[in-house]
Design a protein around this ligand. Structure first.
Ligand code: NAD
Length: 495
């Protein structure tokens, strides 16, 4: 495949493509076939330090670069990404599995973060006020937080990168990006694009590795002596961690950041409820559920994980949803007409299947799917379960697969209590035609984002993020850039 062949396979440090110091490489596999696509450099902790040194060295000059210049680099990168949609989409389909149509949609979504933040780069403002005593003037300005470590998951290989890189570049921060080892190619392709768009050497550095814990921990704990003396300008080590991934890993990283009091943004796991009230338009609810459940094969932090349907419409909803799910075409994402690609790996598929088997053992009914297919690849059939017993593991576990688990409720209070009964709080979906109810329930839900009569909440212009153990901070929207800026206040006495 030329798209795979053409992507650089080395580490990107200080504007140069370099082998890992150890010479080691890691395999990138195609989940549709189980076959290896290529090998990329497998960084050691020493490579991680080299990348941080490059980011630290570039920080002062980058922070001093005119906002308009930063803005135009992002805007050019946006244009290049859009022009290369087909190649980038195919690359993601090959390394991650999603159908080409979804990969193309991700390219557009990912690129939009660059366009959005190119527009935000020139709107970083401050303020000035008279202090309450009338004497002092208070000047408030904002500055880049400094070199950032960005860690991304495999499920949206391009968009999870641009959602962090866009605001970091706009704010004037330098970057070390550590993509997921399953899907490094989209990030490596992005480095080439940003270079072509004029990003100076050292502003973006990329470290691919199978030893995430070994590479990342020393960078966060801040072994400054090992990293050498900071250059003139006084930039230190990593000043900010922006992480997207599981809550489990997020907790480990937060603890590591506590050591050196590093600022963090955490986009963590979800366990999204989807509520269908008796006054919902069922056509809209089923369409929305298909999107909320099946986008990205269910491998999304926002995927509907727990579906609650009012008893009066539950049977019709379940049978119509099962019919839609059964009609989906499962196959390699590169094949025309494929609706559902493979899951990321065999472990991901086993997790989904184990949750289905556990639910069935406790009394659930399978309306469609539920059987492991024969043959190569990590495919799993679209599955609909009803009659889920409360003690089933599927209720509290992020499924990350094409499995819809339906439960019923009688009252609004019961639905809200069930939806909130989780340590997560990322996305929730509501289907109702009653505006009073929509607003009342939305206000009571412990959730960072709510899809009202829609199964899609992601939008680069909106603040994406969760409450409770789904995370800290927001990405995108007007506030996305704030995560990469520090306030500085200057007191000015006036005589
Ligand atoms: P993961 O937590 O296993 O890995 C995420 C990233 O962290 C990868 O790059 C991985 O290599 C790295 N990592 C793993 N252990 C590490 C460690 N000890 N130190 C430093 N880095 C480490 O998650 P995943 O399986 O890649 O992605 C799926 C998870 O991500 C799901 O829980 C999903 O909900 C979540 N996610 C959240 C969002 C969001 O915006 N909230 C978006 C996408 C995915």
């Amino acid at each position: 495949m030329t798209v795979v062949r053409d992507v650089p396979k080395q580490l990107f440090i200080g504007g140069r493509w370099l082998d890992a110091e150890s010479g080691r490489t890691l395999p990138v596999d195609n989940p549709a076939t189980g076959e290896e696509l290529c090998q990329v450099a497998d960084a050691s902790p020493a490579d991680g330090r080299r990348a941080v040194e490059a980011a630290v060295a570039a920080q002062a000059a980058w922070a001093a670069t005119a906002p308009r210049v930063r803005s135009e680099i992002l805007r050019r990168a946006y244009d290049i990404i859009i022009a290369r949609t087909e190649d980038l989409a195919l690359l993601m389909t090959l390394e991650m599995g999603k159908p080409l149509a979804e990969a193309r949609a991700e390219v557009a979504y990912a690129a939009e973060f660059f366009r959005w933040f190119s527009e935000e780069a020139v709107r970083i403002d401050g303020g000035m006020m008279t202090a309450p005593d009338g004497k002092n003037r208070l000047l408030v300005t904002r500055q880049p937080v400094g070199p950032c470590l960005l860690i991304t998951p495999w499920n949206f290989p391009l968009a999870m990168g641009t959602r962090k890189i866009g605001p970091a570049i706009a704010a004037g921060c330098t970057i070390v990006l550590k993509p997921a080892p399953q899907t490094p190619l989209a990030s490596l392709a992005l480095a080439e694009i940003l270079t072509e768009a004029g990003l100076p050497a050292g502003v973006l550095n990329i470290v691919t590795t199978t030893d995430a814990a070994g590479v990342v921990e020393p960078l966060l704990r801040g072994e400054r002596s090992e990293m050498g003396v900071p250059p003139a300008g006084g930039w230190g080590k990593i000043r900010k961690l922006s992480f997207t991934g599981s809550t489990q890993v997020g907790r480990i990283l937060l603890a590591q950041c506590a050591d050196t009091v590093i600022r963090t943004s955490m986009e963590l796991g979800g366990n999204a409820p989807l509520i269908v009230f008796d006054d919902a338009d069922l056509d809209v609810a089923i369409e929305g559920t298909m999107v909320a459940k099946m986008r990205n094969m269910g491998e999304s932090c926002c995927a509907a994980n727990r579906i609650f349907v009012h008893t009066s419409v539950a049977e019709e909803f379940a049978s119509r949803l099962a019919a839609r799910m059964a009609a989906l075409k499962v196959g390699p994402g590169t094949e025309p007409g494929t609706d559902v690609g493979p899951l990321i790996d065999i472990a991901g598929r086993s997790k989904a299947h184990d949750l289905v088997r556990d639910a069935v053992k406790r009394g659930a009914t399978v309306l469609t799917g539920g059987e492991l297919p024969e043959g190569p690849g990590c495919f799993y059939p679209p599955t609909v379960l009803t009659g889920i017993a409360p003690e089933s593991a599927i209720i509290d576990t992020e499924i990350f697969g094409p499995v819809a688990a339906i439960r019923t409720f009688e009252t609004e209070d019961e639905a809200v209590a069930a939806a909130n009964d989780t340590e997560f709080g990322l996305a929730t979906y509501l289907f109702t035609q009653n505006l009073d109810r929509a607003l009342r329930v939305s206000e009571r839900l412990e959730s960072g984002m709510i899809g009202l009569n829609t199964g899609l909440v992601s939008n680069p212009a909106a603040p994406f993020g969760g409450v409770k153990q789904s995370g800290l901070g927001r990405e995108g929207g007007r506030v996305g850039i704030d995560e990469f800026l520090e306030y500085k206040y200057i007191a000015v006495p006036v005589g």
